[in-house]
Ligand binder design. Structure first.
Ligand SMILES: [Zn+2]
Length: 558
């Protein structure tokens, strides 16, 4: 990242000396900061997936957005209405992207005749490439071989029995502006040849429908992947053809979430429009499901595996989940990287070696915090992170708004980074110091928000921790289906809890030491549990505790 910046600065200097216009043009190119999300097989656990993010810097002149089938009219009236709803937001993204130098490709299938005299159409027909044409193939990728398709769309996905499939479209919806700088084509061979000739490497797909054309057209996600493009789906600028009366019998928008999950697992990463607009991501008005923001950054308890699995189950219960993930930002390059930190970055899929030197990224970052803006519940499973002050402020604003919080395990020391905070000019802040010049901490989160009093833990016992219901709490709604169980966790010390607003639900017991509270409600809408080991999620009582907590907190927000 730094190196690219240096190169840019160097080329700026060169341009001034050379006085050439083309070189000067390069200088003004500001990279696009793209935050991708994908699901990759876990290295720690066979069969399990990890949700990961990466931050990438894309050259806008090597980037294109393909708009798939945003027709003026669909045979399904509901689909037409949703296209109409998303189009103004999409046009805003396209306008910003175009201004930054991104190539906009309009691909309204079967409507190309409408544009036959448009310069953007003529530009698309200039190049041909036999090799690329052979790759313009939207059939399933080898990576999808054993994948289960997430929704049954055999009824064509209309929720209204009055609609009958027919060609209802004649052009792209007028809301999306087409300029002479753009490209118009519904042929993957044409688009791919153009990309190859003009050096476009990064492709963003927007439009409809994720489970049909977006993935499967000759210019769709699979075909772009086959052509070797760095392709991503903009997951808040798309829709699904799916009827909730078909398997898996979920809300239309939960079906869309499941399809995005499929794409992130088997096809390519996804991004949100926030990368262009700086605003929160788009949501359809008809999507009335509760929205849960899952904030996670830790590498001890596999939260980035367990929480996505939990989120999948919540999706099936028609609860929308978004992730704000801790991803290291590549920072200072140092020769002697800390082995433990290196392992942590590796767990997030971050490169740790560049140009023969070891790069130490700062792990003190959370991506995607704009999801808090319309979240009805925040789940926090973070360990010892400090954040840029505006990011910490976004979390504080959420809490101050009075909306519910579910804290899990390390949440008690989520924002108490101790000695790990990088300081401007290199080095780390001493353990006794609370904040660095660059980053904000919030050690009071435990006390002030969760009602906790974390001050360490007992030893790692092979016998684990026995968890019991507090007498009198057996009928509490959060403990429905929860009975005495043994947890693999080492016991956190939180006694004495200091808030009078706390209702303790579960206690944990180790031999020879006092029992400790391990799950409680603080006030009306905060629940915390010090449990949350990766194997806890396999215990029915713990899973019920988590599902009940979500229900309880979402209800408290109504
Ligand atoms: Zn319909």
């Amino acid at each position: 990242m730094r190196k690219d910046l240096l190169k840019l600065m160097l080329s700026a200097v060169l341009a001034i000396f050379a006085g050439t216009l083309t070189a000067r043009k390069d200088v003004t190119v500001e990279p696009l900061r793209i935050s991708t999300q994908q699901r990759v097989p876990s290295e720690l656990e066979k069969g399990s997936l990890t949700v990961t993010n990466t931050i990438e810097n894309w050259n806008p002149t090597q980037t294109a957005i393909i708009i798939c089938d945003m027709w003026d009219k669909h045979w399904c009236n509901d689909a037409t209405a949703r296209v109409g709803e998303i189009a103004p937001a999409m046009n805003e993204v396209l306008t910003i992207a175009r201004d930054k130098g991104v190539k906009i490709v309009h691909a309204p299938s079967d409507c190309i005749d409408f544009y036959k005299n448009h310069p953007a159409r003529k530009a698309a027909t200039k190049y041909k490439d036999k090799k690329i044409a052979a790759l313009a193939d939207g059939s399933k990728l080898p990576s999808e071989k054993d994948a289960k398709w997430p929704v049954d769309q055999s009824d064509e996905g209309c929720e209204n029995r009055d609609c009958k499939p027919h060609k209802a479209w004649s052009r792209q919806i007028e809301t999306l502006s087409v300029t002479d700088k753009d490209l118009i084509s519904d042929s993957g061979a044409e688009i791919g040849a153009y990309f190859k000739k003009t050096g476009i490497k990064n492709v963003i797909l927007v439009g409809v429908h994720t489970n049909m054309c977006v993935i499967g057209r000759s210019f769709g996600l699979r075909a772009m992947k086959r052509m070797g493009m760095n392709v991503v789906l903009m997951r808040d600028m798309t829709d699904l053809m799916y009827n909730h009366e078909m398997s898996p019998f979920v809300d239309h928008f939960s079906g869309l979430d499941l399809m995005v999950e499929y794409i992130e697992t088997y096809v390519c990463p996804s991004i949100v429009s926030t990368d262009f607009t700086g605003k929160k991501q788009f949501a359809f008005k008809g999507d009335r499901r509760p929205r849960v923001a899952i904030l996670t950054a830790e590498s001890e308890y596999r939260a980035n595996q367990r929480l996505p699995e939990f989120a999948h189950d919540l999706t099936l219960k028609n609860i929308h989940c978004d992730f704000a993930l801790g991803i290291p930002i590549m920072g200072d390059v140092k020769k002697d990287a800390d082995e433990k930190l290196k392992a942590e970055y590796a767990a997030y899929g971050m490169p740790i070696d560049t140009d023969g030197k070891t790069a130490i990224p700062t792990r003190h970052n959370l991506e995607n915090l704009q999801i808090l803006e319309d979240a009805g519940l925040a789940i926090v499973f973070i360990r010892r992170r400090a954040l840029e002050s505006e990011k910490m402020q976004a979390i504080k604003n959420y809490v101050a708004s009075g909306r519910p919080v579910l804290g899990i395990r390390t949440a008690s020391h989520a924002f108490d980074a101790k000695g790990n905070v990088p300081r401007e000019g290199g080095g780390i802040v001493a353990a006794t110091e609370n904040t660095s010049d660059m980053l904000a901490q919030w050690p009071e989160f435990d006390n002030d928000v969760l009602g906790g009093n974390y001050h360490g833990h007992y030893g790692h016992l092979k016998t684990g921790t026995d968890v019991s219901l507090v007498p009198g709490m057996e009928n509490h709604p959060v403990l429905k289906g929860v009975s005495k169980f043994n947890s693999p966790n080492w016991l956190y010390q939180n006694s004495p809890l200091r808030s009078s607003k706390i209702t303790v639900l579960l206690t944990g017991s180790n031999p020879g030491v006092p029992d400790e509270p391990v799950a409680w409600i603080n006030g009306k809408n905060v629940i915390y549990t010090s449990l949350g080991h990766w194997d806890d999620w396999k215990i029915e009582s713990f899973r019920n505790l988590m599902f009940n907590s979500i229900d309880y907190l979402l209800k408290s927000n109504k």
